[in-house]
Design a protein around this ligand. Structure first.
Ligand code: NDP
Length: 486
């Protein structure tokens, strides 16, 4: 391209990667008055964006990365919205090579946080600020206001923070965007956000399944139940769209939409990453793990087919539910309480990740920016925000007065539902694991003492005693005397 036609270096921000998310984010920025330089590897996407939406604001289409970077004012601000993994590495490398010290490169994709830490370190040597930025809200959120979780240096946030805040969702006058912490902190919390989203959806699915199997309600009827729940404490985007999906009728067959969809849940990986990270951190995120495993089980079609043919269920059909309204309420209680557990576990993981990586993550600020824009947005998150405001050093959300009482109010229904599900042979791993976690936390004594005894017997792994300091070993293979081991 000749210099005569090159765009002036006056773009406020650049977006490269103009598939669904990038295009909508660019439009959102343009609608908020930014002069947005746009670029995509395949030029056709750039042209399509400008042709369809060029009248929404100031777009500067460019054909090459060099032209893209040259069209930005200094310090340059670039948002990369491409596939996570190798594609992000390739694009970050190509763009960063043309940036200068003080410029800011934002990765808005779903990168693995460890990759973000690596990229931050690689670019720091060149003086380029790298911002690993979690963005949630899907296609619509990117356009109308997502929840934005940027990680990086405070200096970088000073440069791009105001722009990001200007396009974020707003709840009670507060933008759903905050500086989460340094390097991988933003992508870490986005990962856990997605893990919580997995758990939330699994619990919703179990509630649907139980209502259908035990009460014989139609999908549309269950949609009504969810719509009703959405007017109460369960009010959330996911509960709202559950009502929509359950009421939807397949145009081709006239069947409920949910009945024509193959029952094999897929995943892109952030739930799996969350569980892998939780295992490394030693945090029991059982709700998220069960949700990931439940998707895994759903996809094991050969095993399911073999099992369906031979594995017996309960000996007798369960008796019909006598009080239908009470059962619906019990399922609501199971859903609410299990959801509190899943969120409590997710926030535990965030605290553990922060300790491990030296991030100063404010859980209350996270709850605040998850109130709007993102997939797990819910009335509930305002309660979590309040809980951390009341007790900044809260060890688990479950012990905060509000949640303690709210879950206590749900206990009876929750236990009934888990028992009913087991009796009727209906899988409810999310409800069951959440209840087991709750009971595990509140137990006076756990059978972990026996586990320690077994470990000491077969592997001399030692144990501590309830009545004395120190580490001990019983000489099991000799006279079973106890010796001090450390
Ligand atoms: P995709 O993840 O489908 O990525 C497609 C884009 O990546 C296209 O612009 C494509 O360019 C570009 N691309 C892929 N490989 C390369 C490469 N090697 N070099 C240059 N460009 C490349 O797009 P989405 O819009 O769905 O998502 C973008 C990012 O946002 C992803 O990281 C995704 O995980 C994340 N995200 C997505 C959400 C969603 O709801 N979809 C929600 C939140 C985050 P080309 O047109 O030339 O093929």
């Amino acid at each position: 391209m000749s210099t005569a036609t090159a765009p002036a270096p006056d773009g406020d921000i650049g977006v490269t990667g103009l598939a669904t998310m990038g295009a909508n984010l660019a439009r959102n920025l343009a609608r908020h008055g930014c002069r947005v330089v746009v670029h995509n590897r395949t030029r056709a996407r750039t042209d399509a964006l400008v042709a369809a939406h060029g009248d929404e604001g100031a777009f500067v289409p460019t054909s090459s990365v060099a032209e893209f970077v040259a069209a930005l004012s200094r310090p340059r601000k670039v948002v990369v919205m491409v596939q996570a993994g190798a594609s992000t590495d390739a694009v970050v490398e190509e763009v960063a090579a043309l940036l200068e010290a003080g410029d800011v490169l934002v990765d808005g994709g779903n990168a693995r946080y460890t990759d973000t830490i690596r990229r931050t370190q690689a670019l720091a040597g060149r003086g380029v600020h790298f911002v690993g930025c979690g963005i949630s809200g899907g296609e619509e959120g990117a356009l109308l206001g997502p929840s934005i979780m940027p990680g990086g240096s405070a200096e970088a946030y000073e440069i791009v923070g105001p722009l990001l805040e200007s396009i974020a969702a707003v709840v009670d006058g507060t933008p759903c965007c905050t500086h989460v912490g340094t390097d991988g902190a933003g992508h870490f919390v986005k990962m856990v956000h997605n893990g919580i989203e997995y758990a939330d959806m699994q619990l919703i699915a179990e509630a649907y399944d139980l209502l259908r199997a035990r009460l014989g309600l139609s999908p549309a009827g269950i949609g009504e139940v969810f719509a009703g729940w959405n007017a109460g404490d369960l009010e959330s985007y996911l509960v709202e769209i559950t009502a929509q999906v359950l009421r939807h009728v397949d145009a081709a067959t006239g069947q409920p939409f949910v009945d024509v969809v193959l029952d094999e849940a897929e995943q892109k990986g952030t739930g799996r990453w969350t569980v892998q990270s939780a295992l490394d951190l030693g945090v029991p995120v059982s709700g998220i793990a069960e949700a990931v495993f439940a998707r895994g089980l759903s996809g094991h079609t050969a095993q399911r087919e073999a099992a369906r043919a031979v594995l017996p269920g309960p000996a007798a059909d369960p008796a019909p539910v006598e009080d239908r309204d009470a059962f619906v309420e019990a399922v609501r209680q199971a859903l609410y309480a299990s959801k509190v557990v899943a969120y409590a576990q997710g926030f535990d993981q965030i605290a553990a990740g922060a300790r491990e990586h030296g991030w100063e993550i404010d859980p209350g600020a996270l709850a605040t920016i998850w109130r709007g824009g993102c997939i797990i947005r819910a009335r509930f998150l305002d309660r979590i925000r309040q809980a951390y405001a009341d007790e900044p050093d809260l060890t688990t959300l479950l012990t905060h007065g509000y949640f303690r009482d709210a879950v206590a109010d749900c206990l009876e229904g929750w236990r009934t539902v888990v028992v009913e599900a087991a009796r009727a042979g209906i899988p409810a791993p999310g409800f069951a694991t959440a209840l087991a976690y709750y009971d595990g936390l509140r137990a006076e004594r756990l059978p972990a003492a026996l586990v320690q005894g077994l470990r000491d017997l077969f592997g001399a792994h030692t144990y501590r005693r309830v009545d004395r300091e120190g580490v001990f070993h019983t000489v099991w293979s000799e006279d079973r005397r106890e010796v001090q081991a450390g």
